[in-house]
Design a protein around this ligand. Sequence first.
Ligand code: ZN
Ligand code: ZN
Length: 268
Amino acid sequence: MTRFICVQCGTQFAETETPPLSCPICEDERQYVRWSGQDWTSLSALQSAHRVHFTEEDGVTGIGMAPSFAIGQRALMVQTDSGVILWDCIALIDDAAKARIAQAGGLRAIAISHPHYYTAMVSWSEAFGGVPIHLHADDRPWVMHPDESIHFWSGETQSIAPGITLIRTGGHFEGSTVLHDAHGAEGRGVLYAGDNLQVCQDRRYVSFMRSYPNYIPLNATAVSAIADALAHYPFERIYGAFAHRNVSQNGKAAMARSVARYLAAIRA
Ligand SMILES: [Zn+2]
Ligand SMILES: [Zn+2]
């Protein structure tokens, strides 16, 4: 039995004898099936061809894969007084990653923004004694590897540690979530945004889409809802979905001007 991993999106599936017939994440209009056809790998194959690598950026440690794999997902280590919360996830875990996190106080939980980052979340949880994985219940249909470590939360916010709040923004996915760390940036607050707020290449703005690869925009109602969900949270920095794609200062102002620019652009 193998937990097959989709080569295109990095999602790990529950154990089966033979590869799944298709990947619903890739067949969804927000993604795309590999041009050369659906293909599968496994954690052990990834462990021999890739390694987990770490980046230090704007005060946090990022975790990615080298060489890059699937969407190029990166996770981030949110440091708390009682260990690390892994924000988002990647398709590979190896001994170096386990050692690095153990050194930082161990893993206490995993929280993930949306299904494109579910990847090998269950293997990550198992590697640290079955720590809880916090996912928004609205995205439950996209879980390809159900497991008792997954805790579905519902509603608009969920506190998972002192100063750490998961906030449902919706938009990209129904249950799209960001993580707010009130203690980050010396108490000015930081936002871990996934691609629910996509940090633009100029790293001064963010943007919003239902699908990035297929260019499906969000409407004004959805973007206003994201802005409303974050209205009462201060944040100096915004950590995006990819390595070094962060707004390093004045994050709150960047969010405000980004929403204004977006709504002006789509106004009839
Ligand atoms: Zn896929
Ligand atoms: Zn996505």
